[in-house]
Design a protein around this ligand. Structure first.
Ligand code: NAP
Length: 296
């Protein structure tokens, strides 16, 4: 068997960002509107600072307005809720997110519930979760899961119908929403987790595997059905040969010898998240102004 095709998340994300930029330009010239995307950062977590900076750069590169609100790590929940109320009311802000994780004095559920669902570009508000889970649709969809589905479709000729999809992980951020999105694509979906019995046999049923576990190189090549498509969401920092590096939840070297197509880490799912975020900001702006965007 030949080696798996590498799914180039970086290139696919760049192409999505270019399409979002083109539609943003269309919105500006046809309706005089510039979408605005805001990020709220509480504290100084170094990884969060990098994400927030990259989100800001991507937003501006797409021709949108970018806003960043910084609060100290000691901020109270009431202070954060006041910023959210201000963003909910600000007509220049079409979408915003509060960067997680939050300091422990702040309840993330109350924060998510306070965001106007129409501006909830993370897709975490219960109204958006319910729209996705019920199949009603029309809500804003979480970015990383949507990125996973775009990558899977790129590898499988755009049609996932009838595919046996195995999702490993059931978090509200990745596992559950990706399962709902795959169901909407007419996959037969199995959601596995830490209590799943005989996980290797379950994973081996998958024509499509989405690994969102947070355990470095857990999924080995001999867990994978020959020819399957593997989407690796994991971002795990490990020390190897005296160097720090990022690896996924899939053991890339053994998996690529068996899979039909596989995402690398880095350069797979990671770049899709920000591309889908700016797409959500564009969608939010168009929906709030009752404008139908041109199709690709
Ligand atoms: P999470 O909230 O910690 O959830 C992990 C899930 O994996 C849980 O459902 C857990 O099961 C399951 N799990 C843990 N150990 C397992 C095992 N041994 N066998 C089977 N299932 C197991 O993590 P997350 O937020 O979903 O993130 C998952 C990974 O994706 C992390 O590496 C994270 O850094 C990465 N991530 C990447 C992006 C991106 O942009 N690329 C975005 C978000 C997350 P239980 O529910 O039973 O505990």
């Amino acid at each position: 068997m030949t080696e798996a095709r590498i799914i180039d998340g970086k290139a696919i994300a760049e192409s999505l960002r270019a399409r979002v930029a083109a539609k943003t330009a269309w919105l500006k010239s046809n309706h005089g509107l510039t979408p605005g995307l805001a990020v709220v950062l509480v504290g100084e977590d170094p990884a969060s600072q990098v994400y927030v900076r990259n989100k800001g750069l991507a937003t501006e590169a797409a021709g949108m307005r970018s806003f960043t609100h910084r609060l100290p790590a000691t901020a109270t929940e009431a202070e954060l809720l006041a910023v959210i109320a201000q963003l909910n009311a600000d007509p220049a802000v079409n979408g915003f997110l509060v960067q997680m994780p939050l300091p422990k004095q702040i309840n993330p559920d109350r924060v998510i519930a306070a965001v106007d669902p129409a501006k909830d570009v993370d897709g975490f508000h219960l109204l958006n979760v319910g729209r996705l889970a019920s199949g009603v649709g029309g809500g804003l969809v979480p970015c990383t899961p949507r990125g996973c589905v775009i990558l899977a479709k790129s590898a499988l000729g755009n049609d996932l119908s009838g595919c046996n999809a195995v999702v490993i992980g059931r978090s509200n951020i990745v596992g559950k929403p990706v399962a709902h999105l795959l169901l909407a694509e007419n996959c037969t979906v199995t959601v596995s987790h830490s209590r799943t019995r005989d996980l290797t046999s379950v994973v081996r049923q998958g024509d499509l595997i989405v690994a969102a576990v947070g355990r470095a190189r857990m999924v080995k090549g001999d867990w994978i059905k020959p020819g399957a498509t593997v989407i690796d969401v994991g971002i795990n920092r490990i020390e190897e040969n005296g160097k720090s590096r990022l690896v996924g939840d899939v053991d890339f070297e053994s998996a690529r010898a068996v899979a039909g197509a596989i995402t690398p880490v880095p350069g797979g799912v990671g770049p899709m998240t920000i591309a889908c975020l700016i797409e959500n900001a564009l969608t939010a702006c168009a929906t709030q102004n009752r404008i139908t965007l041109p199709t690709d």
